[in-house]
Design a protein around this ligand. Structure first.
Ligand code: CDP
Length: 218
């Protein structure tokens, strides 16, 4: 059986932290698929173009492909800003952009690196579109207000000056765009286990997920 864990959920739900912790505990590889969409958005904004226009977004995909050969554009800390997050959710609504990034994600899912025991992909459509046959699917969610507070803390730690109200408003707009789009909308797969992280610590989240992983993979 392929050891694939699909983790989906809205912004700041805690899926990234959980995925990293789980990957470390299980010796699995981890792909943060949001970084792919952020990297495309970054390329589009670098060209001073509008990310919701398909041709611009596809040029961004091509630029990313070229850069992937020479550097590691996915680890650029500039990808983590709110401006890039917003632009990422715009390029992510375009079907041809999603198609472009699908192979990269499936290739990662199906070919774990030597020495690793499986893979974890986190994103919005991993359980529904990218890896519908993943033996373990988790959908991580949390109250919007709690996610906004977490994101605000994250941004403040990085020195961005933001207000709670502005972050909450951005969070609601992004939730609406991600859940309301026609292509690969954010929603739990039918066979996903839903975990609400609102009142759970990082350690409790990991413990829960490890229990599900044990059930799925023995
Ligand atoms: O870190 P955060 O949860 O704020 O966002 P992210 O996971 O880095 O993703 C940024 C944006 O990319 C999201 O708002 C989605 O619109 C999009 N995305 C997607 O559509 N599909 C994925 N598999 C991952 C991200």
């Amino acid at each position: 059986m392929k050891k694939i864990i699909a983790i989906d959920g809205p912004a700041a739900s805690g899926k990234g932290t959980l995925s990293r912790n789980l990957a470390r505990e299980l010796n699995f590889a981890h792909m943060d698929t949001g970084a792919l969409y952020r990297a495309v958005a970054f390329e589009v904004l670098e060209q001073d173009k509008e990310p919701s226009v398909e041709d611009n977004a596809l040029d961004g995909c091509k630029a990313l492909q070229v850069n992937l050969h020479s550097a590691n554009p996915l680890s650029n800390p500039d990808l983590r800003t709110e401006i890039i997050g917003e632009a990422a959710s715009k390029v992510a609504s375009i079907q041809s952009v999603r198609d472009f990034l699908t192979d990269m994600q499936r290739d990662f899912a199906n070919n774990p690196k030597d020495g690793l025991d499986g893979v974890i992909l986190d994103g919005r459509d991993i359980g529904t579109v990218i890896c519908p046959d993943a033996p373990l699917k988790l959908y991580i969610t949390a109250k919007c207000e709690i996610r906004a507070a977490r994101r605000m803390k994250e941004l403040q730690l990085k020195g961005e000056s933001v207000t709670y109200e502005a972050v909450l408003e951005d969070m609601r707009a992004r939730d609406a765009r991600d859940s309301g789009r026609k292509v690969a909308p954010l929603r739990p797969a039918k066979d996903a286990t839903i975990i609400d992280s609102s009142d759970l610590s990082e350690a409790q989240m990991l413990e829960n997920a490890l229990t599900y992983a044990k059930k799925a993979f023995g």
